[in-house]
Design a protein around this ligand. Structure first.
Ligand SMILES: Cc1cc2nc3c(=O)[nH]c(=O)nc-3n(C[C@H](O)[C@H](O)[C@H](O)COP(=O)(O)O)c2cc1C
Length: 309
């Protein structure tokens, strides 16, 4: 069974990836699960400067997911290069570096320094951050600012670039198209869905940051729809995510048009999720008589078109 996938030049041994911010390079998980079950792991997004993140509380469990406002806590690129990057060669699978920034210049600066690190096969751009040069509007909320980040990074790095988009927009299609036109080699979607919870006893928001990002099973239909929509307007590969816990969840994303899938929140509850998801994809291919996972990509779209014809 051919499980290899090509994400715009980054070739992965299977289509199941650990999502940014939920796994890093898998060091903690390695004690309980074989990290090489993943086709790739995506590092926590790195910014130029160290960041403490938001005040606590910054994570809240909700009926079908997690509300978080971590606020891009991280050591910054200097520390990362000195202390974390040398360990990347020990990761037993491919690594996708993730860059976050508050200006185009920051994205370029950090991405250039990630380019060529051991084991790193692609650079993902977390364009869901606010743009300080544009009144704090989220880069990925707007086709032009998305394109400006992607084009500037593409001009300076050799690795494939993946633009990670936010679902918190009216229409994801023009943004997906803009990222592709600016040179993105792949898209990743979705980042968390904006949300809020109120502590009724204390009559105030639960999170110190007030609002946060919802992840986990609650957002799966939002993610599947975003992939379906983006796949209808771009020809670059898409990494689908949002609430994937089981093989069937992953198959939804592949059939909607994703070439690969990422697992984030589910790792906290079930570290064996990647093992089960890869096995389920293999079994589904076998059941349908497919020799490659690529035959599953966009299958729902094809069947739907067939029904309409
Ligand atoms: C605690 C936490 C931290 C996250 N940090 C990042 C991050 O640094 N960069 C990023 O692009 N996405 C980040 N995400 C978003 C995930 O990568 C993913 O897009 C989202 O959680 C949806 O997938 P899931 O429902 O499988 O978790 C974070 C998610 C969680 C739960």
């Amino acid at each position: 069974m051919e499980l290899t996938v090509d994400l715009g030049g980054a070739v992965l041994r299977n289509p199941v990836i650990a999502a940014s911010g939920c796994y890093n390079r898998g060091a903690e998980y390695g004690r309980i699960v074989d990290v090489s079950a993943y086709g790739a792991v995506t590092l926590k997004s790195i910014t130029r400067l160290p960041r403490l993140g938001n005040d606590m509380p910054r994570v809240l469990s909700t009926p079908a997911g997690l509300l978080n406002a971590i606020g891009l806590q991280g050591p910054g690129i200097e520390y990362f290069l000195a202390h974390e990057a040398p360990k990347l060669s020990t990761v037993p699978t491919a690594v996708i570096a993730s860059v976050a920034g508050f200006s185009v210049d920051e994205f370029v600066d950090v991405a250039v320094r990630m380019d060529g690190l051991p084991n790193v096969v692609a650079i993902e751009l977390d364009v869901s951050c606010p743009n300080v040069d544009d009144e704090g509007e989220c880069f990925a909320a707007n086709p032009m600012s998305t394109a400006s980040v992607v084009a500037a990074v593409k001009a300076r790095v050799r690795l494939p670039v993946i633009a990670k988009l936010t679902p918190n927009v009216t229409d994801i299609k023009p943004i997906a198209r803009a990222a592709e036109s600016a040179g993105a080699n792949a898209l990743s979607l979705i980042n968390s869905v904006r949300g809020m919870a109120i502590d009724v006893d204390r009559a105030r928001p639960w999170l110190a940051n007030r609002s946060g990002g919802l992840t986990g099973p609650a957002i799966r239909p939002v993610g599947v729809y975003a992939v379906w929509e983006a796949a209808s307007v771009v020809s670059i590969p898409i990494v689908g995510m949002g609430g994937i816990e089981t093989g069937r969840d992953a198959l939804e994303f592949l059939m909607a048009g994703a070439t690969a899938v990422s697992i984030g929140t589910a790792n906290f509850r079930d570290p064996l999720a990647p093992v089960k998801v890869v096995e389920a994809i293999r079994a589904e291919c076998a059941r349908r008589g497919f020799s490659s996972v690529r035959s599953l990509v966009g299958l729902a779209n094809a069947s739907f078109a067939g029904v309409r014809a």
